[in-house]
Ligand binder design. Structure first.
Ligand SMILES: [Zn+2]
Ligand SMILES: [Zn+2]
Ligand SMILES: [Zn+2]
Length: 519
């Protein structure tokens, strides 16, 4: 709920008055600086502070500070971005557009949770990948409309294949080449069949998509998505050791209840949502990384921060408590600078005061020291936030839980071409197609951007008939959820803990039975 990943607005920088792309609704009351100003030296983050008032609740004072201290427009390491204004929760990216939770990417479009991905679009949960489109999970090159195909090259509409190349519509294959629907072909036959299919045509892909998921479901799948783990549990877990009940996470060691950990290393951490990259000894945080150590109950902390509590957007700092929007500071409380001795004494007092005078929100929820910040300190409405992607709630449900709701704005464009009038084959799409405004069935308008069109032409993939948000929704629906169930292996009957609910149609096997099944 603290993280707004995908809801971007056009806004005006409070400092330089230039326009900016921001995660803050322009109607919100916060001061927001464009990335160039926020990361520049034309302001002093130490100028915006509060003196702690022992007669007021500490979290109420954090709310006051939120209205004073200027926020960055997006959660990015701005100095490491090149030509990538429309990305968020990202670092080290070049020529990228609408990608989120991303690092080390170049020429990537409409993708989420991607690390070291190049020349790709519409990818989700992928790393070390290039020239890929419309896929979830896996790594390699030329992975199209596939799921969970690591170390693979040139695979289309395939699932759970490892180390394969030139395969179409295959499932559970290991180190195979030139297979179509799990049947082997010679190289010549394979290439002939693929070129005759007409994958450049929308009508052909629609037909394949209408049957492929049912075809995949005929094959058993493993109770967990994961590889190279040791004593670990959860879903979508990779290269981890002693990780308990985590979700979409890589390279963890001695961790529990963590999600969206995308970069090594990540050690001795509990209850963390997003990132990694050298995080150690952290608990109950959102978006932390780049060598942070001992960060608690905080959001957006990176670049070698140490001993940070109840803070937001604190960079390259140590010993901060209840701070926000700071760079290169130490011994600060509510952004005010103290001596080391004063800092520790006041920190003790605030913890004491919170015990006696906890924060109580409109629903009677009680917040003391030792838990994450109260929901009321979230800068975003529930339906702007990342939470809505995994736990979608209606307006009524959001409001009755005491969360903020924001009425989504309707964009005012006019479509210049109907979806029916888009050429069936990408071969018939001219370069000036980027001028067209398309209207998705959901009502949202979208365009095909230059780099995206170049990739579509290079891959021979038709123009997408859904807007980027709907495409992301479709990928989300394909994911296994972060809920775990007890069920039995569909072959040998042993007990397994899995994210496949017992009433799901898939055939689910334990590790041993699954390994006997793959070819
Ligand atoms: Zn500015
Ligand atoms: Zn749509
Ligand atoms: Zn079994």
């Amino acid at each position: 709920m603290f993280r707004n990943e995908r809801t971007l607005y056009k806004g005006i920088c409070t400092l330089c008055k230039q326009s900016m792309i921001s995660i803050f609704n322009p109607e919100s009351l916060y001061k927001v600086f464009c990335s160039k100003c926020w990361w520049g030296d034309s302001w002093d983050c130490g100028d915006y502070y509060l003196d702690y008032d022992p007669n007021k609740n500490f979290f109420e004072q954090m709310k006051e500070l939120q209205l004073k201290a200027p926020f960055m427009d997006k959660v990015v390491s701005y100095l490491k971005l090149v030509n990538s204004d429309y990305i968020n929760h990202a670092s080290t990216c070049k020529n990228c557009y609408l990608i989120f939770n991303a690092d080390d990417c170049e020429n990537v479009y409409y993708s989420n949770t991607v690390v070291n991905v190049k020349d790709s679009s519409d990818c989700f949960m992928m790393n070390n990948t290039q020239l890929s489109y419309g896929s979830i999970g896996g790594d390699g090159s030329g992975i199209y409309f596939s799921e969970n195909c690591p170390e693979s090259i040139n695979v289309w509409y395939s699932k759970d294949c490892v180390g394969c190349n030139d395969c179409f519509g295959c499932v559970n294959l290991r180190k195979k080449s030139f297979h179509i629907f799990n049947e082997p072909y010679s190289r010549e036959e394979y290439n002939k069949k693929i070129s005759e299919m007409g994958l450049d045509k929308h009508s052909v892909n629609i037909e394949i998509q209408s049957m492929i998921y049912d075809f995949w479901n005929k094959f058993p799948r493993k109770y967990i998505y994961g590889r190279m783990n040791n004593n670990s549990s959860g879903e979508y877990i990779y290269s981890s050791k002693n990780a308990k009940d985590c979700y979409q996470a890589v390279c963890m060691e001695d961790a529990a209840y963590c999600q969206f950990i995308t970069m090594p290393s990540f050690r001795d951490c509990y209850d963390i949502s997003e990132w990694g990259n050298g995080a150690e000894l952290c608990i109950d945080d959102v978006t932390i990384g780049e060598g942070v150590n001992d960060v608690k109950y905080s959001f957006g902390i990176w670049n070698n921060c140490r001993n940070i509590e109840y803070s937001m957007f604190v960079i390259n700092s140590s010993n901060c408590f209840g701070c926000m929007n700071l760079r290169k500071k130490e011994y600060c409380i509510l952004n005010k600078q103290y001596s080391k001795e004063e800092y520790f004494a006041l920190r003790e007092k605030i913890i004491d005061d919170l015990e006696k005078n906890p924060y109580i929100d409109s629903k009677g929820r009680v917040w003391k020291y030792g838990e994450f910040m109260p929901y009321d300190l979230s800068l975003f409405a529930y339906n702007e936030s990342f939470a809505t992607q995994y736990f979608s709630l209606t307006k009524e449900e959001i409001e009755s839980a005491g969360f903020k709701y924001i009425e989504p704005k309707k964009s005012e464009y006019k479509a210049t071409i109907t979806l029916e009038d888009i050429p069936d084959s990408i071969k018939d799409v001219e370069d000036d197609f980027i001028k067209e405004i398309l209207k998705c069935d959901c009502g949202k308008f979208y365009r095909i951007v230059v780099g995206e069109l170049q990739l579509l032409k290079r891959f021979g993939i038709p123009v997408p008939r859904f807007c980027p948000d709907c495409r992301q929704d479709h990928r989300m629906k394909r994911l296994n959820s972060p809920f775990f169930y007890n069920r039995t292996c569909d072959k040998c009957g042993i007990d397994i803990k899995t994210s496949y609910a017992p009433d799901r149609p898939e055939i689910v096997y334990c590790e041993k039975c699954y390994q006997q099944e793959v070819m």
